[in-house]
Design a protein around this ligand. Structure first.
Ligand code: NAD
Length: 296
């Protein structure tokens, strides 16, 4: 049994904290939204009135917050100061690589240990405890975090030192964002050429066009009954989150001088998609924008 403080009890953090409590850990929690606190209490989390109260005495502090600014702000505004020396700080939010490294430095300067452990798998994976964790940490910190992360996930991958978890997350979602646009353009071109969705799926899913965007999250209804296209594009993985993650990829591409062309284009396509009504839809609904722009 480990004493764990969980900060950020939203769509992801709520069920993740609940799984830790269900596994027998002593979980305290904090969120700025009272409804999130109330929901967490129903799921066995000792939800308290302040971040400082919830981290007091904890051995591990997990943050699951919207952005890097939230994480760095929470660390600076009292989380680090309220924790006992040597506490293991795990940030599972999706944030910039530089922010992840800065967070780890802040934790270390305050006498703690810190690592980045972003996730993929969405709310469904958080509820089922089947997330994939991508971890950037020193070996001893990874070893300390792994049994805790394994409660909330099916896979825990040690990607390298500080920031490597965020780097893996951003690179993966760059592939995903670009490939979903490519798959959607191919379906719309197929429609123009008189090809049925099923025929294109049957060929591409067993040929060199095969990818997750096609075979798991297929953007047209029919070929993959569980894909969001079959339920009016309810997420799934929301357009707002894809726009956010590609924005992080864009920052990293620019900061590193990587000569990418499709990444920045995909980032601008998803930014506009999210701003023009797609924020709450699954990101595969980008196919409707392509159709619309193709006069279909
Ligand atoms: P969310 O908005 O549902 O949850 C974030 C929670 O943080 C909210 O409840 C908010 O009130 C709380 N919060 C904000 N500032 C706070 C503070 N200072 N102290 C305490 N609580 C604070 O978002 P989410 O969907 O749970 O996502 C969380 C993170 O996980 C994001 O970085 C997101 O990119 C990442 N992520 C989300 C998904 C997904 O499918 N939702 C998948 C993978 C990764």
């Amino acid at each position: 049994m480990t004493k764990i403080a969980f900060i950020g009890l939203g769509n992801m953090g709520g069920p993740m904290a609940a799984n830790l409590a269900r596994a027998g850990h002593q979980v305290s929690g904090y969120d700025v939204v009272p409804a999130a606190l109330a929901h967490a209490r129903e799921n066995g989390v000792d939800a308290l009135g302040s971040a400082a109260e919830s981290v007091a005495g904890a051995e591990v502090v997990i943050t699951m917050l919207p952005s890097g600014a939230h994480v760095l702000g929470a660390y600076r505004d009292g989380l680090l100061a309220a924790a006992q020396p040597g506490t293991l700080f795990i940030d599972s939010s999706t944030i910039d690589v530089d922010d992840a490294r800065a967070a780890r430095e802040l934790a270390r300067d305050a006498g703690h240990r810190g690592l980045d452990a972003p996730v993929s798998g969405g709310v469904g994976g958080a509820e089922a405890g089947t997330l994939t964790f991508m971890v950037g940490a020193d070996d001893p910190d990874f070893a300390a975090a792994e049994p805790i992360l394994a409660v909330m996930g099916a896979r825990v991958v040690h990607c390298g030192g500080s920031g490597a978890g965020q780097a893996a997350k951003i690179c993966n979602n760059l592939i995903l964002g670009v490939s979903m646009i490519a798959v959607s353009e191919a379906f719309v071109l197929g429609e123009k050429l008189g090809l049925t969705h099923q025929a294109l799926f049957d060929v591409a899913s067993a040929a060199s066009g095969q990818c997750w965007a096609l075979t798991t999250n297929c953007p047209v209804p029919g070929p993959v009954p569980s894909s969001p296209a079959n339920r009016d594009y309810q997420p799934g993985f929301a357009g707002a989150l894809m726009a956010k993650d590609l924005g992080l990829a864009l920052n990293a591409l620019e900061a590193t001088g990587t000569a990418a062309q499709l990444g920045p284009l995909a980032a601008s396509i998803y930014r506009r998609f999210a701003d023009e009504g797609g924020a709450g839809l699954d990101f595969s609904a980008i196919i409707n924008t392509i159709r619309h722009n193709s006069n279909l």
